[in-house]
Design a protein around this ligand. Structure first.
Ligand code: G3P
Ligand code: MG
Length: 227
């Protein structure tokens, strides 16, 4: 079972920062998950649509300029990084799961990835684009069919593996509270990976292993190796 550093190594370092991502790389995580919004046509790595929880600022992201956002402290003196900075840092060393949060992220993402492929040598095969917004995934499938897609769900809709497979997804990314044996078997039969979030203890990790889950999202990638 693989370990995906959730928001970087966010258990011990400020989530979605370059520091947390560096630490996930040092922990040899099999992948790193980050959350992405669009601010002034630039993709930035942050989980919430406001800055209150993860920075020393307050207010909605949409009310910030990129420059103002970058002046905030995202913890331990870290900035809110851009997706470009993260692509540079990760540099194909491990799989990068980009979770799209904002509905306006598609065009900037496709433009950025085209530039990253040329200028940074970003390998599209080392990317997984996921979202709870399946409309976004459908659009991406039409515009750049070779990108791997993760169909995120926070519940267990009926025939979810059928749906994900029809969407052309590579994986189903499920909440640990809803995953079950049928779901794992059904997804595997359809050639889909099953990734489960967020697993932060040895007992739950063992249960996931038993179910045949392919990867867990974990805030403690270093510690998870010993579970
Ligand atoms: O991608 C897995 C997980 O990150 C989805 O939920 O809210 O932590 O972005 P959330
Ligand atoms: Mg996420």
């Amino acid at each position: 079972m693989q370990i995906i550093a959730h928001r970087g190594a966010s258990g011990l370092y400020p989530e979605n920062t370059l520091l947390a991502i560096e630490q996930a790389l040092l922990a040899n995580a099999d992948g790193i998950e980050i959350d992405v919004f669009c601010v002034e046509n630039t993709l930035v790595v942050i989980h919430d649509e406001n800055v209150n929880r993860t920075t020393n600022g307050t207010g909605l992201l949409q009310d910030f300029t990129l420059k103002q956002l970058q002046q905030l402290d995202a913890g331990s003196g870290q900035q809110v990084p851009t997706l470009w900075q993260v692509l540079q840092l990760v540099n194909n060393q491990t799989l990068l799961n980009i979770e799209l949060k904002g509905a306006d992220t598609i065009e900037p993402l496709l433009q950025l990835l085209a530039k990253a492929e040329t200028e940074l040598g970003t390998d599209p095969d080392k990317l997984l684009i996921s979202s709870f917004n399946h409309h976004l995934l459908k659009k991406i499938k039409t515009q750049k069919p070779n990108l791997k897609l993760g169909a995120l769900t926070a519940s267990l809709p009926l025939d979810y593996a059928v749906f994900a497979s029809e969407l052309g997804a590579w994986s189903v990314n499920c909440d640990k509270g809803f995953i079950n044996q049928h779901m794992v078997l059904d997804a595997h039969q359809r050639g889909l990976k099953v990734w489960v979030y967020t697993v932060n203890d040895a007992v739950t990790a063992a249960k996931m292993q038993q179910l045949g889950v392919d990867a867990i999202f974990c805030n403690y990638p270093q510690e998870a190796r010993g579970w």
